[in-house]
Write a new protein. Structure first.
Length: 239
């Protein structure tokens, strides 16, 4: 019986495909919610030290990946100032410090913009003010922010606020040196929503899985029948 249960579990596992792994639980929950709302029977798997994974039925893998791609999921991680300027013993050159500060500011701005309603993906690029010590030529500070958003989201209303945030976050940058570019998602993120019920009376497994399970049931029945016949024969011989 234990062998049959093990084979049953292996058969079910073979019918599922892993989409993403090494996720935080919050990221896994976000993926799970989006897929379930769109009728994809997704599951969250705890991998222990390796975080979490999200799996779907093999036949739904392509559709699930397309949905997540259109939604910009899983969202990229952003390195804050505390990560970029972590103390590491060796002293950095002024050029390295400027590059790290520019990168850290860009990451912080992108992380803030990504939290705006309707924004699927945010990127930021920062150029700090620089003066050439030999020629005295000055390169003014500038910044650019790209927002990739859902087509029905009112992201264009945020442009002035985003520009103000950048001006206040980047040293010596003027408002006319800040660009905010918005792009609607071209994918089909408005896929018909068919939520997966919390419980299903009959699991919607692929045909190979059903055939596999039917074979297991038939094999188990034959083994049980043979065992009973053997026991009955032995009982007859004893009498």
């Amino acid at each position: 019986m234990g062998v049959l249960i093990a084979l049953f579990c292996l058969g079910l596992a073979a019918c599922r495909a892993e989409l993403h792994q090494n996720l935080t639980e919050n990221a896994a929950n976000e993926l799970l919610s989006v897929l379930l709302e769109r009728g994809i029977a997704a599951e969250k798997v705890n991998l222990g030290k390796n975080g979490f994974a999200v799996t779907v039925e093999t036949g739904e893998q392509s559709a699930a990946l397309a949905i997540l791609r259109d939604m910009g999921l899983p969202k990229p991680g952003y390195d804050g100032l505390g990560v970029v300027f972590r103390k590491e013993g060796m002293m950095s050159s002024p050029l390295e410090e400027r590059a790290r500060l520019s990168y850290a500011l860009a990451q912080e701005l992108a992380a803030s913009c990504s939290r705006l309603d309707g924004v699927i993906e945010a990127r930021a690029h920062v150029v700090l003010r620089e003066k050439d010590m030999l020629t005295g030529a000055v390169t003014p500070a500038s910044a650019a922010v790209m927002l990739r958003y859902a087509p029905d989201a009112p992201v264009n209303r945020y442009i002035d606020q985003v520009r103000t945030m950048v001006v206040q976050a980047v040293p010596d940058v003027a408002a006319d040196r800040v660009s905010v570019l918005t792009f609607p998602v071209m994918g089909d993120i408005a896929r018909p929503l068919h939520p997966v019920p919390a419980s299903r009376a009959v699991p919607d497994w692929p045909l190979p899985a059903l055939l596999f399970l039917a074979g297991l049931a038939a094999g188990g029945g034959l083994v049980l029948l043979a065992f009973r016949l053997k026991a009955r024969t032995a009982s007859v011989k004893e009498t």
